[in-house]
Design a protein around this ligand. Structure first.
Ligand code: C5P
Length: 241
């Protein structure tokens, strides 16, 4: 994709998983300087809308707006234009929306964002779906193969990268080019609780495997001192404050 925006030196994006605007703003405020950016998703957006997004963007941290658009190409293009106008640094769409939808998303980001366009990232197979869930929706290909197929489709349509699990990094990196961005949740420092995440890796390992962005939520936001937790992770990654 043309004029690929650069990512912050600190690859950690803290997941602000809350519908509470004041809580999200408080986290973003204390984490400034200790993380590369923040992520807000459907829960936050459904509760706080575009105004809530503007409040976070106004704090000056790059925002990954994780809304996973999946609709007809014209509608997705309109949605991407709207969130590009809000100043999101990263937006995402479902690769399963197909080639025309992916191309429409890419074009919309380029036109709306210009030099400041957001990275447009694809979601492949949700990690909540296993092979039997895929079969239930008429998709017989095993999840591992489908992930790589959809990543290659996204790359072919000019998208900037995909969201993937730690276990998928190596296969996607081998199948797609070196500039294709891999955004990876399911990260747990050794000192943090696992919670409901199953296939996890440490920040350092994910980075060494080739992840470009590490999405980390509860190990930071659930810590007694979120800024200290984020600083500890940055230290483990060798990032200077
Ligand atoms: O708290 P935790 O670090 O588990 O948060 C991870 C974040 O990444 C959450 O916002 C979660 O929704 C998101 N995510 C994930 N696994 C995926 C895709 C997104 O954990 N496969």
């Amino acid at each position: 994709m043309t004029n690929q925006p650069t990512l912050p030196a600190n690859p950690v994006f803290a997941a602000l998983d809350t519908p509470d605007l004041e809580q999200a703003l408080a986290w973003a405020e204390v984490l400034r300087g200790q993380v590369g950016g923040v992520k807000a998703g459907l829960e936050f957006f459904s509760a706080n809308g575009a105004d809530g997004v503007r409040r976070i963007v106004d704090l000056g941290l790059p925002l990954f707006l994780d809304l996973k658009f999946h609709d007809i190409p014209n509608t997705v293009a309109g949605a991407v234009r709207a969130v590009a106008d809000l100043g999101a640094a990263i937006v995402n769409v479902h690769a399963a929306g197909g080639p025309a939808m992916l191309e429409a998303a890419r074009e919309a980001a380029e036109v709306a964002g210009g030099a400041n366009r957001p990275l447009v990232i694809a979601v492949t197979v949700l990690t909540s779906m296993d092979d039997s869930d895929l079969t239930a929706v008429g998709q017989a290909t095993p999840a591992g193969e489908q992930v790589v197929r959809l990543a290659q489709l996204a790359e072919a349509q000019g998208l900037d990268g995909v969201v993937c699990s730690p276990a998928e990094i190596t296969a996607i990196r081998a199948a797609c080019g070196p500039d294709f961005k891999l955004i990876v949740p399911g990260i747990r420092p050794e000192w943090a609780a696992t919670g409901d995440q199953k296939r996890i890796t440490t920040p350092r390992q994910a980075r060494d495997d080739g992840a470009d962005v590490l999405v980390i939520g509860r190990p930071i936001t659930g810590a007694e001192d979120p800024a200290a937790a984020a600083a500890r992770i940055a230290g483990e990654l060798g990032i200077k404050p």
